[in-house]
Design a protein. Structure first.
Length: 268
């Protein structure tokens, strides 16, 4: 990581830690600690905004050169930002886009999703309850306002994280199978010649293995289908690319996906 990119990580850690220690130890009162934090974070936020703007310019150039918008933006962010910050920004943007896409989404017969599951719904409800309770118990108006704004925005991001697999489902199209991992297009398998087998669900992590197997679990971390195309296909997962000879896939309704694929192949 180059020196100027280290600043993007070091500055917020030092400023937040320094302001917190000064406040907890009683060296400065709350207004002074708040002013200290703003003074340290102002230039840092300007640097972050400028760097993200430069990444956006690079992504527009790549988009005009023929790349898809999301891969171009993601690649540009990882090029100019530290990896943790690039990951946070791209995931946050994907969540915001997913919230908007969810409002205008029109599901099609070829969509087959792997959602987040009931546990995520419980977490979402718990966050809402926490926001309401803390709003009632925080005595300082300014702190309560900051909490409400940050908490409301975080809730939108959380809803977007839940919405990503709904707005980017795996698709069974007339000529191919389109596989996604979050907001990223991972691979396209030819529909003709691809076999599918249902299996006992097992817990797996998303991966593009060296042996040519692609693992795409559902939101609960499970795979329950195996896809095997009649020839290797190119895939990209995260920063890795490679040729895939088989896919372990996790879906909410694997039987429907299998029926759609096998029914079509039987008609051909």
């Amino acid at each position: 990581m180059s020196g100027w990119r280290r600043v993007l990580v070091i500055v917020p850690v030092v400023s937040l830690g320094g302001a917190a220690m000064a406040l907890v130890s009683g060296l400065v009162p709350w207004p002074h600690a708040w002013a200290l934090l703003l003074a340290a974070e102002g230039p840092h936020l300007g640097l972050v905004v400028g760097t993200v703007g430069y990444a956006t310019v690079l992504s527009v150039r790549r988009w005009r050169a023929g790349q898809r918008w999301w891969p171009a933006f993601r690649r540009s962010c990882y090029q100019v930002l530290p990896a943790p910050l690039a990951w946070a920004i791209t995931r946050e943007l994907a969540s915001l886009v997913a919230v908007g896409a969810l409002l205008r989404r029109r599901p099609s017969a070829g969509d087959h999703g792997g959602g987040r599951g009931r546990v995520f719904a419980v977490v979402l409800a718990a966050v809402v309850v926490e926001l309401v309770v803390l709003h009632q118990v925080i005595p300082w108006p300014v702190v309560r306002l900051v909490h409400d704004v940050v908490g409301g925005y975080s809730l939108i991001i959380l809803v977007g994280y839940w919405a990503v697999p709904l707005t980017r489902p795996h698709q069974v199209l007339p000529d191919r199978l389109v596989l996604w991992s979050g907001p990223e297009l991972v691979a396209e398998l030819p529909r003709r010649g691809t076999t599918v087998a249902q299996r006992v669900p097992r817990r797996r992590r998303a991966a593009l293995a060296e042996d040519g197997w692609l693992v795409l679990p559902n939101g609960r971390g499970l795979t329950n289908l195996v896809l095997q195309p009649d020839r290797p296909v190119r895939a990209r997962l995260g920063g890795r690319t490679g040729w895939v000879r088989g896919v372990e896939l996790g879906l909410d309704d694997p039987a429907a996906f299998r029926a759609a694929l096998e029914g079509d192949n039987a008609d051909r």
